[in-house]
Design a protein. Structure first.
Length: 272
């Protein structure tokens, strides 16, 4: 009986010593997770109503959520009576080891931060970068997701993307359409130039400013080449480009102006 009484006393002592902090820690964890999720919902709704760029919102929400989660874990461990000084030292050593083994991942993380801060592009922009071309669908903290014109999904690590040259075709509200049309050497240059100017001026998508240019660009091996360079709104770039190819061909055919193809004169000599 005495042994049972001592055992029950020990169990009661341990239950009071460890059970109460464990219960406090569990309650703190449950309430803390509920509060953090509520804060995340509140922040997401606030961002949706704000002017914060859509590409930056997921990163900020994730950063706030993970920061609060780390603080909650530290609070729970402190409630359990764990000495935080030694724990922080262990975390630091573990962080160094993990950092050395995840250099590529950390580089992508740093690249994502740079992209979200410097904002060389945003969701919806059409860019060329990292060896790929497409429309930005999502900017994540480690990767950027593109959709190609034929709707392929491309995932580019942010580390390489942030260190490469990026061409943003959507950054400006207007673009110059550079086109080259060739005519035969026997055709009327002035007539051809007048036709090209007329086609440019008839197209309502061509902007008045900056002014367009139609010039004789070069005397090629088989053709006299014209540069046609109208300015349009960025959204009209490809529509005008494709329409103009068809209009020029149909009009040149109607007006009797040839569009030559590469050809070569061959001279045959008979040896006696």
């Amino acid at each position: 009986m005495e042994i049972l009484e001592k055992g029950s006393d020990y169990m009661m002592t341990y239950a009071i010593e460890y059970g109460i902090p464990l219960m406090k820690g569990l309650i703190t964890l449950i309430i803390g997770l509920w509060v953090i999720k509520a804060i995340r919902r509140w922040v997401r709704k606030g961002f949706a109503k704000s002017n914060i760029d859509a590409s930056l919102q997921p990163f900020l929400i994730s950063l706030i959520y993970n920061t609060l989660l780390v603080l909650l874990i530290l609070t729970v461990l402190s409630t359990l009576g764990i000495q935080m000084t030694s724990f922080v030292a262990i975390i630091g050593a573990a962080g160094l080891a993990i950092g050395l083994s995840l250099q590529g991942t950390l580089q992508n993380f740093a690249g994502g931060v740079i992209i979200l801060i410097m904002r060389p592009f945003k969701v919806g922009d059409f860019i060329e970068g990292g060896g790929h071309t497409g429309t930005i669908k999502e900017i994540q903290i480690f990767n950027t997701i593109l959709a190609t014109p034929d709707n392929k999904r491309i995932i580019i690590p942010n580390g390489g993307l942030s260190n490469s040259s990026i061409t943003n075709y959507s950054a400006e509200d207007k673009r110059r359409v550079d086109m080259v049309f060739g005519i035969g050497y026997g055709d009327d240059i002035k007539k051809a130039k007048d036709i090209l100017i007329k086609l440019v001026e008839q197209d309502q998508r061509v902007l008045k400013e900056p002014a367009y240019r139609v010039d004789v660009a070069s005397l090629g091996d088989s053709s006299v080449n014209f540069n046609v360079r109208p300015w349009v709104a960025t959204a009209d770039y490809w529509d005008l480009y494709w329409d103009f190819q068809e209009k020029v061909k149909l009009t040149f055919d109607k007006e009797g102006i040839s569009i030559p193809f590469p050809q070569r004169d061959v001279h045959i000599y008979n040896e006696k």
